[in-house]
Write a protein that binds this ligand. Sequence first.
Ligand code: NAP
Length: 314
Amino acid sequence: MATEGKPTVVVTSPFFPHPSSVIESKFRVLKLWEADDKQAFLKQNADTIRGLVGIVVSAEVIDTLPNLEIVSCFSVGIDKVDLVKCRERGIVVTNTPDVVTDETADTALALVLAAMRRICPADRYIREGLWPLKGNFPLAHKVSGKRFGIVGLGRIGSAIAKRAEGFGCSISYYARSKKSEYEYQFYDSVLELAKDSDILVLACALTKETTHIVNRDVLNALGPDGTLVNIARGAIVDEPELVKALVEGRLGAAGLDVFENEPHVPKELLSMDNVVVQSHSGTATWETRRAMADLVVRNLEAHFSGKPPLTRVT
Ligand code: NAP
């Protein structure tokens, strides 16, 4: 495919479900994930690279690319992009809001149901041939009508609330400020929210302030009948404390899409029937990843044709 005149964009991982010709028809694409020595590859191509598609974008990478103009982030969360460095260099950063909202909210509800109704161990029980031998799988816990606490009532948090309302749950939330557009109960402390919730779902951005906002006290407040679901970012929870709370029976159940040190998951969690885990796959469907890829490409196209990007962060 002809590449003359097309802006060069380096893509860090094979994010796109599109046939590569769609992207390559618009840009000269460099596939970083195929390089054995990624830093050397970036250095070799540094002069030509004007755009970068990725999720993790460090200061070191930015420093290697003197002509970088835009980081088109393949996620709504931009906690792993060095925004300070991007601002210093005048690099445009875009993300993928809205197109991920429904999928991630669906994932949160799926994790609530899977964790509380023990869907995964009940499935394993039958596959292992235990039903005829040991009888019915043990009783689980009801979701409908429970008290739903949401940390971060943004796009995804409010979509989760809407879904939970469909289950007849009462909704409360914690955020930095009360949202006048919602009638849900507002708490100005995660601890107080946890005390009054059966299910606590994390849907806030990861920032310095939200790092380990779910600590030992919050887990204890949620308690042995409580369920924690995290579809936001792993580091919002103090993970060693989460493991201890589950091991010691101080927390009832957990549904976890994200972890502090991905792709590593604490091994203690993997033997617990009251824990369901996913590989950071909140948006991992063909439909949503296509929509994200389209938005990533449209942001790049807008930038390189001198127009404002659609979803600019900085
Ligand atoms: P959003 O609309 O910007 O909402 C983020 C929420 O975080 C806001 O409501 C904000 O509330 C809250 N927040 C920020 N700082 C806070 C603080 N210090 N204390 C309490 N709340 C705080 O973003 P979104 O589209 O809903 O996405 C939310 C997050 O979900 C993303 O940042 C991303 O990390 C995660 N996510 C994960 C997946 C996945 O695959 N698992 C997929 C998509 C998104 P206030 O401003 O009102 O305080």
